[in-house]
Ligand binder design. Structure first.
Ligand SMILES: [Zn+2]
Ligand SMILES: [Zn+2]
Length: 557
């Protein structure tokens, strides 16, 4: 493995050893040490800088799943920089792609635009030059909160209109036979000999997907087309019937997807790009473009960053299922760093998010923070280094310090947030359980706020409760004499001295035993009196957090 002699990180040599354990660092090494093309026997030169590309289509719902490609791209970019390499991070708006269906919030009248490039659609709200500009802006507002690395922005529409792709269009058309041959290796219905990797925009209706080539005049460099209906999966792009001619070197148009991706890689000299795990198979658009890129455009195909997609409780996110998680919703209950951490864990392990289990993700993150700040000991040195690096890279940002999360666990915060409402009472309670440290005030209150939002929006019923003001009569009547005796005894004991969690926990067992109760009978009685429920949060810390309020309720028995 190569030396990481980078000055932008102050890590000691010993700690840098962790770099070979984290997926993005492993990938960075692979990218930097690339020596050959994949499909042809050509040596690949080491570039002056490594370009990490990420891109997005500009229609549809912007949910947290759509941030994953860019978050992971940013991580690889950071890994390259940390490995001492020069790198560049670019983001491309796929705004020459046609509108395929009407997204939520877009009027039904836009049906006439199905098949039109999103960059030429009018902005629904009228505040931008185009529909694509509006959505790119919205996208970036969100992206800038979650991605801390600077990105250079590009638009495919602008690229085409500036002629930045002309060279590649020319090469791809000139080598159409090779492009067809590469694709046909994987097709059951082979492409015909006159297939072209480029199609024009209809000069009459402006649609991009409806133009079908009828003739190619190679000498004049002109194609003829007719504008016909195009069938998407569930929608139809209506053709206008126009017959026209176009010059790929001058007229507006677009490369076919299995050519355009390759051209993008060659155009920006891309070294690596992310793609969902479904692209791993040899006949995927990724590998077909990779071969086109090398054999036709003479540029080494990038290293893929294959990853698992995000699911919600194991199910794909979809508006119709109502399980879409919007970035704004995420930020109500958690930080951008937590989402980055979630995405940056091992790439190919399934990535299912569950609102219910958010406290567990927080616990994971807090544990990693403790390891990072050397506050927790991990026996396994490799694991320690891996977690440190994962935490660091999920946090690294220009002009931003590494996140020091609160030492207050999310579950405890959720408990306290349900019982106390004033900041003063919260602090008093946290002091009793030794969860309050003045220097952490901001983080603690932030976590209380997030926990409160989580409780009201997403928490499962079993962790929601209301502290009783009084002991209801039907609860009293359900309890046995030994249970009542034990609870009174517990109230007295709490008053006796300042307990710590462990001591009080042991004392609970002693009290139960003295009253002749099995521990579950004792705990159930306590929860019935405090919460009018048979279960509740861990009793000892809960009692300590409640303090006098617990004593008062238990004493009423
Ligand atoms: Zn707008
Ligand atoms: Zn047309």
């Amino acid at each position: 493995m190569k030396e990481h002699n980078n000055s932008s990180t102050s890590k000691s040599g010993e700690e840098k050893e962790g770099f070979d354990l984290f997926w993005a660092d492993q990938l960075a090494v692979k990218i930097a040490n690339r020596e050959k093309y994949r499909y042809v026997d050509t040596k690949s030169e080491k570039p002056n800088e490594f370009v990490v590309k990420t891109s997005a289509s500009i229609s549809g719902v912007l949910h947290i799943g759509r941030l994953s490609d860019t978050v992971r791209g940013a991580t690889v970019y950071r890994a390259l920089v940390d490995a001492g390499e020069k790198a560049r991070f670019i983001w491309v708006a796929e705004d020459m792609d046609p509108l395929r269906k009407i997204p939520a919030g877009v009027p039904a009248s836009y049906e006439k635009y199905i098949g039109t490039a999103v960059s030429t659609l009018p902005d629904v709200d009228g505040c931008h030059k185009s529909y694509a500009d509006h959505h790119t802006d919205e996208y970036f507002k969100v992206l800038n909160e979650f991605v801390f690395e600077d990105m250079e922005r590009f638009s495919m529409q602008e690229e085409y209109s500036k002629g930045n792709f002309a060279l590649y269009i020319k090469k791809l058309i000139g080598n159409a036979a090779k492009v067809i041959e590469i694709q046909n290796k994987y097709r059951t219905n082979p492409l015909k000999k006159d297939w072209m990797p480029w199609s024009p925009l209809c000069s009459s209706c402006g649609k991009i997907i409806t133009t079908r080539l009828t003739a190619v005049d190679e000498k004049a460099g002109i194609v003829s087309y007719v504008c016909k209906d195009y069938l998407f999966e569930t929608t139809i792009a209506k053709g206008c019937g126009h017959k026209g001619e176009a010059d790929p070197m001058k007229d507006p148009g677009k490369l076919a997807w299995k050519s355009e991706w390759a051209a993008q890689w060659a155009r920006w000299k891309v070294s690596t790009e992310g793609a969902g795990k479904e692209y791993q198979v040899p006949n995927s658009a990724f590998w077909i473009n990779a071969e086109i890129c090398e054999r036709v455009l003479d540029f080494p195909a990038p290293e893929p960053i294959f990853y698992e997609h995000l699911t919600i409780e194991g199910v794909k996110m979809s508006a119709s299922l109502g399980n879409v998680v919007y970035p704004k919703q995420w930020l109500e209950v958690a930080s951008p760093q937590l989402l980055r951490f979630f995405y940056n864990k091992r790439l190919m392990t399934s990535r299912s998010f569950s609102w219910k289990e958010l406290p567990l993700l927080y616990d994971d993150y807090d544990k990693a923070a403790a390891v990072y700040f050397d506050k927790a000991v991990l026996e396994n040195e490799k694991e320690r280094m891996h977690i440190k690096r994962l935490y660091e890279i999920s946090n690294r940002a220009k002009n931003k310090a590494i996140d020091v999360p609160s030492t207050l666990s999310f579950s405890h915060a959720a408990m306290v947030a349900q019982v106390f409402h004033d900041e003063k009472d919260i602090i008093i309670s946290l002091e009793k359980t030794e969860h309050y440290h003045k220097e952490e005030h901001k983080q603690i209150m932030q976590r209380i706020k997030e926990a409160r939002a989580w409780i009201s929006l997403y928490a499962p019923e079993e962790v929601k409760y209301v502290l009783q003001q009084d002991v209801p009569d039907d609860v009293k009547s359900k309890l046995s004499q030994p249970q009542i005796k034990a609870l009174k005894n517990l109230a007295e004991k709490i008053k006796e001295k300042k307990w710590d969690e462990k001591e009080l926990y042991n004392e609970c067992y002693t009290i139960a035993k003295e009253a002749g109760l099995q521990p579950p009978e004792f705990f159930k009685a306590a929860y019935m009196v405090l919460l009018n429920k048979e279960r509740g949060p861990k009793l000892a810390p809960f009692l300590l957090a409640l303090g006098e309020r617990a004593v008062r309720l238990l004493g009423k028995m």
